[in-house]
Design a protein around this ligand. Sequence first.
Ligand code: SAH
Length: 235
Amino acid sequence: MTSSDNVHAHEIHKFGSQAARWWDPDGEFKTLHAVNPLRLQYIQRHASLSGQKVVDVGCGGGILSEALARQGADTLGIDLAEELLDIADLHGLESGVQVGYRKISVEALAAEQPGCFDLVTCMEMLEHVPNPESVVRACATLVKPGGVVFFSTLNKTLKAYLLAIVAAEYVLRMIPKGTHEYDTFIPPAQLGTYARHAGLELQGMAGIGYNPLTRGFFLCDDVSINYLAVFRKPQ
Ligand code: SAH
């Protein structure tokens, strides 16, 4: 890692140091496990996965990567946290779900394999890098013409601050303290601008809602907190 790379070393360390508990459905990353079926549902609304070549950018321990591969996608997961990639590999051995994992930045993979993927996913990662626009551009380079790119991140609203940081980290303990910084949150219009500049066309957005009574997550139209967005690269 050099200082010119689009990475915060402290973010990689923060996530990497929690690798051992990544797959505990009741542990620190239980929220990623809880929202994963919704992410998969949203992806399948917009694209088929079987036989498709997919790259999961900032894959962590592989929660989404494995779900994509289970649907028949030929999946590559990339991240810069080595401990997480080790855990992802180990989990794949246990589950029998085949995913290839590589420690490489999205910008480097884009230079190596431009236009090689039918589908690109990049979930909960943009808010952890110094230059999210560079990640969006690299994802756009990786996808084939006609292919789709999915992002999820946090909106920059007071509601997102109160719910995604104050409530989720400190009151309800849904995610580890210090996971998010408000300044790094990205409004949907900003993400849309990055994507447009990268030659991608917006196909849709959806919010992820939370019901405190059932403690369940659901897809909704309200993008004011955590949201998913899908873009297509024109043919
Ligand atoms: N996408 C996964 C993990 C989200 S946590 C999921 O939603 O299930 C954020 C992930 O982004 C961590 O795995 C962290 O290591 C990774 N990350 C942070 N900065 C990165 C960078 N510059 N390049 C690649 N991965 C990065």
